[in-house]
Each structure stands twice: as structure tokens, then as C-alpha cells.
Design a protein around this ligand. Structure first.
Ligand code: GLA
Length: 747
């Protein structure tokens, strides 16, 4: 080759090589979930649908830059700059969106961390020091401007849902004691806007999961529990929408949930410049955590996500995240078995013959798990005595639990048992032996709730005792499932056995030991599944769901009330973990009478259980139930692990409620429709399905109720989604369930 030709060839080859390198770099950049641009000092997290970015500003403080729909890879976000602010009253620290703010300098917004040194100094100003990216994880190290007081912010990204988990580790590397007065896991920031609104969940015993909506206006909305546990009153979940519409299937929604089962607080704050800041972590109320030199404290994880697909898609992302990332059996939890629970049938009056009889009847309709509820231990004949004495009551079960368990197994079911291990009745052998084991302030009254006191699980001896009792129970009996109850909130939360300055650690130490016991039990007994119950839905959160397989959403089992309870629940939590029993009519809660069909269809939207007194059922009831249990088994994968669409909400006294669950593989969709009361001869509103493949063909079949005469037997997904289906529902408390099976076409 002559030199000129060689030069030409060389230039072409070099260009080709350079193009390859650049494409490779772009590809790697594209594929990397977390990137840091050293030139602009910007961190950027990208998943398929979401981008999140923050930067280090000129004061070395972290500032949120962006959180929302995915940006193009080439969109280089400008470096973070502090807001100029108004120097007299609204200083830059308070008007710049700090990613994690120490209380110090002139900070007026909700701090993430507030502490005091032994010498009285309370100033904390955190600066960026360094960071480390490791796959889908990012650690950012911050340090106070004067003291080696260190904070490491952890970020963990789930690429499939775009949900980011954030938590913080606080380390005292100074030479003096520090007390943490408040510490958040994270703050989530949104830019200025006057059209944000907030959704959150409130409730009470037997009335949980009520969805609230309010405009976000200047000031703070505080969601919290001061009760020692998650609580029925507020749930640690939020969603924020922009635009005022709250559509199920479109619109910007930012949502989050705190993974903590103790006292917690989420503050939604609109600042002076209309920016929105959501700060969540341990509730600072009555909290203090001393850190001796060298000690550290880590926070729970505050998860949050974004979607442009409306609040319906926000819920579906959370459901998916719970199944694939949170639950102990993630990423593929087992489908929940159909269970029977004896509580509403027998209350405390359990005994071997009675339970065996119920087990036979339950097995005859296809139940897979038989659960004996309260009353089997100690002197537990009502709620006044026996709690704490986890020995089988010899009068009720003269030969222990084994004969009953064997019988349940022989009937083809596995066996579950109710426990409430964190509590004690004063009238119990345990309390008589260890009156100091409960939360209390020396010399002060011990307020009872449901005639019981709270064992102080923060104490090592109490923790060891509870673990041993449960370990023994599971080692000596073939138990597949524990219903783990928790039937009161805290009062007089004293811990007199430790030094006064350590006593307020109880709020965190208790919950950590609870998680530790659950984790250890699961390790020792890997096949045991656990349900979290707290007088219904008083302890449901992403923290407890990391250790339990399902939850009891409410003691209210009225199937109509349940429609709105379940609707509210579904905003934050998956139907897979939502236990729903078919119980007796009239219902004990409100004396409402409903048909067995209605009760089944209400419960089949979650994880089906039966809680009725089967001794009162007619042969027709058994036949009906047997059919529904078989039907449920054929649709439960769609209901529990599918995608939930809330088509018509039962809230606000709506006479209609419709949900649709679409199987993960799209092969099946199940529609549940309810009519509270027909009025004025109006037809049932036409139901338009969602989430089907428009090009696939679907054929419907009824589990109960019918579409109107003349409805096409089979049509495209597009037809069912755009034209919809008319249901022939009239009367009071009527229900229908229609299954759409994909019969061809589509992807
Ligand atoms: C709580 C639970 C009920 C039942 C009783 C037993 O109220 O929520 O389901 O287990 O305790 O005492």
C-alpha cells in the first residue's frame, strides 16, 4: 500500500475505531443505572421509565435536581447551584432543595438530622466528601463542616419499577457523646408548583384504609404514629399528584412508603417558594438516641417511585416491588393458600373436638390451610387472662396440639396457629414471674389495653424469651403458619432498667428486636409463613412485610365495608398479601345481611380465607363454597400476582365498585363488580376493561352474575377496553365475577 493510501486507510480505520469506542461508551452509560459526572458533580439515576438526579452545589451540599420521567441520556443536567434566596428571612439553605439536611446554619425546613453534643453545641452542617457506586447501589459520604460526624446516604435502585430506596447511617467519630433528637431516612423533593395534591391513608380499628386527598398548600402535613407501632390511624405511605386530577391511568404521580413498624413520621411540607419536601423516618416525638464516640445509628429505608401512568400505575408498581423485592419469599412468593380461621366461629372456645370438626368441614370445600386462632393456651378463656403463657391448655387439648395437627394433615391441609408473643395479661404466670418485663415507668400506673400490657422487646432477656418460646413451639409442632397478632398500642413507654439517657431508644430497639426475632425464626424454620395482624391492619408497612408473608387488613369482615377497606389498602399494598375472609351473615360489625355469593366475590379480590362458622352452613352453602374455592384456585395467580386495575371506586358512597386483575402473562383477566343498591331503574354503568392486549381475542365466562343478553361471547382486547361490557346487575348487594380468557391473537 502506498503512503497516501495507507494514510487514507488509517484515517478511516481510526474513525471506525473511535465510533466503536464512543458507541460502546454510550451503551455503557445507557446501561448504567447510576452515574456521576465529575465535571458537573451531578449524580444521575436512570431506569427505563424514571430519572432521579442530585448534585453537589458550590457549598458542597447535596441538592435534588430532578425526579420524574426518564430523561434522554444526552440531557446533561446543569450543576447544582444554591437558590439565591432572601438573605434576611429565607436563606439559601432553606430554599435550596437539600437532599439530606442537617439542622444547623440557618435551616428552617424540616431537617433530616438534628442532634446535640454533650457540650451543648447543636449545630450540624453536612458537606459532601465522597461517594461509591456499586451496580444499583450508591453511597454518598457527608461530614459536618467542623466535626467528624459522618452521614452515609444509601441509595438502592430497582430498575424494574424505578423505585429507589434511601436510608442513612449516622456515625459519631468525634470524641464526645452526641444525642440524635431526630433522624430521617430521606427527604424527597419536588420543584415549585401550586397544583400538587396529596393522598394518604387513615383509619381506626375496624375502619382502616380510608383514602384521603388534600391539596398541598404552604405549611406541613404530618402523617405519623406515636404509638410504638405502625398504627391504624395513618399508614406510612403517600402519593403526590400534580395537576389536580388523580386519574387512575394517566398523570404524574410520586409515591413512597417507609419500611418501619415502630413510631414513624412523614412530613409533607410546602416551603416558602412552593417547593414540596417529603421527609420520613423515626418519629422524633419522645425519641432520643445517644451515640457514644464510635457508635452509629442506621435508619429504616424510605422507598419512593414515580410514574406518568396515574395513581393506578403507582399502585401496580408498588405491588410489583413488594412481590419482587420486599417479601421474604421474593422475587417469586408462593401463592397464598386458601385458609380457614376459627376466630369468628369460636372466639376463645377452642378445643380439640370442635377444631377437628371445623377442620373436616373446611377440608370438604377445598381449604388448604387450617388456622386455629386465640384461646388454645394458658388460662385463655377470654381476653382477661393467659396471654404470655404459651403452653397448650390441657383441658382444651389434653394430648397437646399433635392430634389436631395430625388430623388437619390427614385432611390434606397444613396447620396454622395464632400467637401474640409481644403481649402479656397481668393475670398470667409470665407476668406474675416477671412484672418488670413490660413497658412501664417506675411507680406509675400501667395502663391496660384489652386487659394486656406490652412486653418490652427491647430488653435482651425478653427478646430471648420470646424467641425461645416461638422456636420451641415451631420445633415441637408441625406448624406451617403463624398468625402473629399485636392487640394494643403503647402507653407509659418506660424502660427503667437502662440509664435514663438510654431509655428513649426503646422506640427503635424494640422494633429491631422484633425484626430480629422474625428473621431468626424464619432462618430456623424456613417453611413457616407468617401473617402480620394488629387488631386488623395496625401493623402493615414495608418493614414488617420484609419479614412476613401476608397481613390481616382489618377485623371488619363485612363484605361491603371490605370493598372500600380493600380499595384503600390496594393503593399501597398488593392483593397478594391482603387476607380476606368470608364470614357469617348478618355480619357482627354492622348486622348487614349479604348473600354467600356476595361475600365470596368480595373476598376473592384478595387472598381468600373462610372465617364463617361452618357448623351453621346448609348443604347448599357447602356446595356454593366448594365451587367458589375451586374457581378461586383457578384465578388466584391473576388476583394475587397480576396487575390490579381499580375500574370503579366504592369510595364516597358510590353504589358501584369494580376491580379487574390481569394475569402477569396477560392470558386471563378477572372482573369483580358490585352493586350496593339499584336506583331509579338506572343500568349498571358500562365497564371498560384495562390492561388487555388490544389485538388478542378474549372469551368471557361467568363465575357469578351475567352480562346483559346479546353480549358478544368473544371479542378483541380493544373491544373490551373501548366498547366495554354491560352487566345485568340489579337489586341490593349484588355482585358479579366474569373471567376473560385469552383465546388467541395478540403478542
Ligand atoms: C385480634 C385479631 C383477630 C383475632 C383476635 C383474637 O383482634 O385481629 O383476628 O385474632 O385478635 O383475640
Amino acid at each position: 500500500m502506498n503512503p497516501a493510501a495507507f494514510a487514507l486507510w488509517w484515517r478511516a480505520a481510526a474513525r471506525w475505531l473511535l465510533a466503536c469506542v464512543l458507541m460502546g461508551a454510550a451503551f455503557i452509560a445507557q446501561a448504567q443505572t447510576i452515574r456521576y459526572d465529575a465535571a458537573t458533580r451531578v449524580f444521575r439515576i436512570d431506569t427505563d421509565a424514571v430519572s432521579y438526579a442530585f448534585g453537589v452545589n458550590e457549598n458542597d451540599q447535596l441538592q435534588t435536581l430532578y425526579w420524574g420521567a426518564r430523561l434522554a441520556a444526552g440531557d446533561a443536567l446543569p450543576a447544582a447551584h444554591t437558590n439565591e434566596g432572601n438573605v434576611s428571612f429565607d436563606p439559601p439553605e432553606s430554599t435550596s432543595l437539600q437532599e439530606y439536611a442537617g439542622w444547623g446554619g440557618s435551616l428552617y425546613v424540616e431537617p433530616d438530622l438534628k442532634l446535640r453534643y454533650a457540650n451543648g453545641n447543636r449545630d450540624l452542617v453536612l458537606r459532601y466528601v465522597s461517594h461509591r457506586i456499586d451496580g444499583n447501589r450508591l453511597d454518598v459520604h457527608l461530614r459536618d463542616i467542623r466535626q467528624p460526624l459522618d452521614v452515609t446516604l444509601h441509595y438502592v435502585v430497582d430498575p424494574a419499577t424505578g423505585i429507589i430506596g434511601r436510608s442513612a447511617l449516622i456515625e459519631n467519630h468525634t470524641k464526645q457523646a452526641v444525642t440524635i433528637d431526630s433522624v430521617a431516612a430521606a427527604s424527597w423533593n419536588l420543584p415549585a408548583g401550586e397544583d400538587y395534591s396529596l393522598r394518604y391513608l387513615t383509619g381506626r380499628w375496624a375502619g382502616e384504609w380510608q383514602l384521603q386527598t388534600r391539596a398541598i398548600t404552604p405549611g406541613n402535613t404530618v402523617l405519623e404514629s406515636r404509638r410504638g407501632s405502625t398504627g391504624h390511624e395513618n399508614n406510612p405511605w403517600f402519593a403526590i399528584e400534580r395537576g389536580g386530577e388523580w386519574a387512575e391511568n394517566h398523570g404524574d404521580v410520586w409515591f413512597g412508603a417507609l419500611a418501619w413498624s415502630g413510631s414513624w413520621r412523614i412530613t409533607v411540607e410546602q416551603g416558602v417558594l412552593h417547593q414540596v419536601r417529603v421527609t420520613g423516618g423515626f418519629n422524633p416525638f419522645d425519641f432520643a438516641w445517644p451515640l457514644a464516640p464510635g457508635e452509629s445509628l442506621s435508619t429504616p429505608v424510605f422507598y419512593a417511585g414515580y410514574t406518568s401512568g396515574g395513581i393506578g400505575e403507582a399502585s401496580r408498581l408498588l405491588h410489583r416491588f413488594e412481590l419482587t423485592q420486599v417479601l421474604p419469599q421474593q422475587p417469586k412468593p408462593r401463592l397464598r393458600p386458601v385458609l380457614y380461621n376459627s376466630w369468628e366461629a369460636t372466639n376463645f372456645a377452642v378445643d380439640q373436638a370442635g377444631q377437628e370438626h371445623l377442620a373436616e368441614l373446611a377440608a370438604s370445600i377445598g381449604v388448604e390451610r387450617f388456622v386455629m386462632d386465640d384461646g388454645w393456651f394458658g388460662a385463655r378463656n377470654d381476653d382477661h387472662a393467659g396471654l404470655g403463657d404459651w403452653v397448650v391448655n390441657p383441658k382444651k387439648f389434653p394430648h397437646g396440639l399433635k392430634p389436631l395437627i395430625d388430623k388437619v394433615h390427614a385432611l390434606g391441609m397444613d396447620f396454622g396457629l395464632w400467637v401474640e408473643p409481644e403481649m402479656v395479661n397481668p393475670d398470667s404466670d409470665l407476668y406474675r414471674a416477671h412484672p418488670d418485663w413490660v413497658l412501664n415507668f417506675t411507680g406509675r400506673p400501667r395502663s391496660e389495653g384489652r386487659n394486656q400490657l406490652v412486653l418490652n422487646l427491647a430488653r435482651q432477656d425478653v427478646r430471648d424469651y420470646v424467641l425461645k418460646v416461638l422456636d420451641d413451639l415451631l420445633s415441637h409442632n408441625d406448624i406451617a403458619f403463624l398468625k402473629w397478632d399485636y392487640n394494643r398500642n403503647w402507653s407509659e413507654p418506660g424502660w427503667p432498667q437502662v440509664a435514663p439517657d438510654q431509655q428513649r431508644k426503646v422506640y427503635v430497639a424494640y422494633v429491631r428486636n422484633l425484626y430480629g426475632i422474625l428473621a431468626e425464626l424464619r432462618k430456623r424454620h424456613p417453611h413457616v409463613e407468617i401473617e402480620s395482624c394488629s387488631g386488623g391492619g395496625g401493623r402493615v408497612d414495608l418493614g414488617i412485610l420484609g419479614h412476613t408473608d401476608e397481613v390481616w387488613p382489618s377485623d371488619n369482615t363485612d363484605p361491603f365495608d371490605r370493598l372500600s377497606i380493600q380499595d384503600g389498602f390496594s393503593y399501597a399494598y398488593s392483593p397478594a398479601v391482603m387476607m380476606a375472609w368470608v364470614t357469617d351473615s348478618p355480619n357482627w360489625v354492622n348486622n348487614r345481611r349479604t348473600s354467600l355469593d356476595y361475600r365470596f366475590l368480595s373476598s376473592m379480590q384478595g387472598s381468600l380465607g373462610i372465617g364463617a362458622n361452618l357448623l351453621h352452613w346448609t348443604p347448599t352453602d357447602f356446595a356454593t363454597a366448594k365451587n367458589y374455592v375451586a374457581d378461586y384456585k383457578a384465578i388466584r395467580a391473576s388476583v394475587q400476582h397480576g396487575r390490579l386495575y381499580r375500574l370503579l371506586s366504592p369510595r364516597d358512597n358510590s353504589p358501584h365498585a369494580v376491580t379487574e386483575s390481569v394475569a402477569q402473562d396477560g392470558a386471563q383477566a378477572v372482573l369483580f363488580a358490585f352493586l350496593q343498591a339499584s336506583q331509579m331503574k338506572y343500568p349498571y354503568p358500562r365497564v371498560r376493561l384495562q390492561g388487555l392486549d388490544p389485538d388478542a381475542r378474549y372469551r368471557w365466562r361467568s363465575l357469578h352474575g351475567e352480562p346483559v343478553a346479546g353480549t358478544l361471547a368473544e371479542a378483541s382486547g380493544a373491544y373490551w377496553m373501548h366498547h366495554g361490557i354491560d352487566l345485568a346487575l340489579t337489586g341490593d348487594h349484588q355482585a358479579a365475577a366474569i373471567v376473560f380468557d385469552r383465546v388467541g391473537g395478540g403478542q
